[in-house]
Design a protein around this ligand. Structure first.
Ligand code: ATP
Ligand code: LTN
Length: 336
């Protein structure tokens, strides 16, 4: 078993507990994590330190962190096969992030789309953590000598800056960090809001109708799909620039059923949008139902969840501290 782990390539990914997990978090990230988890040595993190770059209610943050762990497991991530943990439990993340901050340039951070978007949305709290967010994310990834980072399309830029930081650091000190690659799914990489399909579905979205949540009840899910914004035409056809709403629903239906866009176009040829929306809603309800039920069961089992995150943090710290010690030595810190 140990030999297997040594030979397998490493995956790291994380999601912020900044809101309840959405259909976007599931299709863009977690679904692929599950698919990759047999073939790789995987670290799946709940990045609570990233979440506080935007102001959070402490009680809610704690609740969502535990609920997110339950949802990871309910989505199919086996805690015996994957290292599942909470970022703030492994102090190496904060420690390496500081060092990487000193190898990350003001100019490159200023170009980050997420920073620009979040600054616009939180104009009263453009804090330094929001700005240096990518250095912490780079620490997450590089601590585990990660090969592959499965994320949605929006995070590609952050994986790229992580690579730039690693190249810069390795250029000075030799081969300290493995060079990670982003892994972006073909379908579901960018699920859009149901009410404003030109914007990404996002868990911190203020418009509740635009977002489908993993834990949402079937009636509410169906209502959101029935109200989804479409266009004034009447045919189901994929074109993201002229039919963003319908194209988004096709992405979701394709990810939920495995059908290709051509098959979907054929299936709904001559049928109205109303019927299509109902079918998409039903497919999503059935996809999410077992996940929600299992997550509800797990959320009630606090001691089990605690045992998972404690074991996960212990395991993660072993690998993370190894890299951190190497980095401390390279930069010239005196050994403790
Ligand atoms: P926030 O609203 O707090 O910014 P978010 O909903 O945008 O959060 P993240 O925590 O930033 O979600 O993302 C978690 C993972 O899920 C990332 O890999 C991200 O690329 C992916 N993801 C998030 N939203 C979507 C989406 N709408 N479509 C596809 N992938 C997504
Ligand atoms: N920035 C990511 C969350 C995240 C992450 C990571 C993803 C933090 N650290 C490391 C992959 C690898 C986001 O989705 N907003």
């Amino acid at each position: 078993m140990d030999e297997n782990i040594i030979q397998k390539k490493t995956i790291f990914s994380g999601i912020q507990p900044s809101g309840d997990l959405t259909l976007g978090s599931y299709l863009g990230a977690i679904k692929n994590w599950v698919e990759l988890s047999d073939m790789y040595n995987c670290y799946y993190c709940i990045v609570d330190m990233h979440a506080i770059t935007v102001r959070q209610n402490p009680t809610e943050l704690r609740r969502r962190t535990i609920a997110q762990l339950a949802q990871y497991i309910a989505c199919g991530l086996d805690p015996d096969k994957n290292t599942i943990f909470i970022q703030s439990h492994v102090s190496a993340h904060a420690e390496l992030a500081w060092i990487l901050n000193c190898y990350t340039m003001f100019g490159e951070l200023s170009r980050m789309t997420q920073f620009k978007d979040k600054s616009a949305k939180n104009a009263d709290n453009i804090n330094a953590g929001l700005f240096t967010y990518p250095a912490l994310m780079a620490a997450d990834i590089l601590l585990y000598q990660t090969d592959l980072v499965p994320v949605g399309e929006d995070q590609k830029q952050h994986v790229e800056i992580c690579r730039d930081i690693a190249v810069r650091f390795n250029g000075v000190y030799g081969d300290v960090f493995k060079m990670p690659e982003p892994y972006i799914p073909k379908v579901g990489a960018r699920i859009m809001s149901l009410t404003s399909p030109e914007n990404k579905m996002s868990k911190s979205d203020k418009d509740p109708g635009g977002c489908i949540y993993i834990m949402q009840n079937p009636d509410d899910i169906m209502r959101c799909f029935k109200r989804a914004v479409t266009d004034s035409e009447t045919f189901v056809c994929y074109n993201t620039s002229t039919k963003p709403g319908i194209s988004n629903l096709m992405q979701i239906y394709s990810a939920a059923t495995g059908e290709s866009f051509e098959e979907i176009e054929k299936e709904f040829c001559g049928k109205g949008y109303g019927e299509f929306k109902t079918k998409v809603g039903e497919a999503v309800v059935e996809m999410l139902r077992p996940i929600r039920e299992e997550a509800e069961r797990l959320i009630a089992d606090k001691s089990y969840l605690e045992s998972v995150y404690k074991k996960g943090a212990e395991k993660a710290a072993l690998t993370a501290n190894k890299t951190l010690r190497k980095v401390y030595k390279k930069v010239g810190f005196v050994e403790k």
